[in-house]
Design a protein around this ligand. Sequence first.
Ligand code: SF4
Ligand code: SF4
Length: 353
Amino acid sequence: MFARIKKSGRHEYLQIVANHKERGKVRQQVIATLGRMDEMRAKGRIETLIRSLARFSQAPPGEAQGGQPSAAWLRKTIQDYVAGAPENRMGTQGAEPIFDSPLVGFSNGADPLYDEYVRHIGAFYMTPRAIFRRAFPEAGEVEAEELTVVSWILPSTAATRGDHAAESRTPCERWARTRHFGEKVNDALRRQVVQCLFERGIPAVAPVLAPFWSRSDQGLWAPCSNWSERHAAYAAGLGTFGLCDGLITPVGKAIRSGSVVMRLRLPPTPRPYRDRHAYCLFFSRGTCGKCIPRCPAGALSHAGHDKQRCLQYTEKAMNAYLKTRFGIDTYACGLCQTGVPCTDHIPRPEEGE
Ligand code: SF4
Ligand code: SF4
C-alpha cells in the first residue's frame, strides 16, 4: 500500500492505493482519497496523518529493526550526524553550525524520472542502476527496483542567509565558508551514510565521491555532471527547480544537497508536485523574477540561467576574490539564492508581486 497524487481537473488529490494482481497483471485500487493536496498542505494535515500513523509503527525511528535499516532510521542517522558532526562548524567564533537540520527523502532506482534524465541531459548521465553496477561489478545482475536513492538537503543558517542577502556583488564570509567547508561536511555525511549501510550488510555508493563521477562538456546543458544531487532530490520529492536552476525546497534554495545509492528497498517519498518548476513563481504564475536583478554577472533573465556566464563569474572572478578577501581557495556566488522570496521557504503567490 502506498500514497500517490492524482490530478483531476485543476487540482491534485492525495490517495492511498494498493497493488493487486488480476490475471497476472498488476492493478492499482484506490483505498481512499484523503483530500486536496493544496488544502491538506495549508492545514498541515499530511504531517498530522504521519504522526498519527507513526503511533502504530513497530519500528522505532532510532533503530534499524532486525539489522534492516528503515527509512526512519536512515533519516535519523543523517539528522543526528549533521547535528553532532565536528565538521559542521563555521570556524569563525564559538560552535556556530554551518547547516541546520537536513531534510531527507527517498526515490526508487526504477523511478521513470531517472531514464527521463538520461534522455533529457545526455547518454553520459547515469541512472542509479548504472551507478550501482559500476561501483559493484561483482554483484552481477541488479534490478533497478532493488535500489533506493536517499537524498538530503542541508539548509544554510539564518545568519548566513541574512549576511548574504545584504551583499550585492560578492559573497559574504559565511556564504564562502558554507560553500567550502560545508561541502566537506556534505562529503563526510556521504561517507558516513555509506559506512552505516555497509555495517548492516547493505552495499551503497555516494555517486559524487565515486571515481567515475565526472563533469561533461557534452549535451544541451553542458557543462554538467553525470550525476546531479539536485535532480536526485527532485525525484525524492524534496523540491523543484527555480528560474536560476537552484532547487526550491520547503527550507528554500540556499542549500547544499547530497545522495547515496543503496541496494535496499525503502518506500519512496511522495512527490507533492508534477512539474519541475512547480514552486517557482516565475514559471507557475508568471510573476516574481526577483532573482534576476540579484545576479551581478547578468547570467539570469526571463530566458533562464546562462550557465557559462554564471561559471565565468563564480569559478574565475569569485575564486580570485575569495582567496584574497577571506583566504579561502574556493568558488562561490549564490547571490540569486538569497534576498528573494524562495530563500528559506516555498514562496507564497503574493510574494511574487
Ligand atoms: S526568486 Fe522568484 S523567479 Fe527566482 S527562482 Fe525564486 S520564485 Fe523563481
Ligand atoms: S550564482 Fe551568481 S552568477 Fe550565477 S546566476 Fe546566481 S547570482 Fe548569477
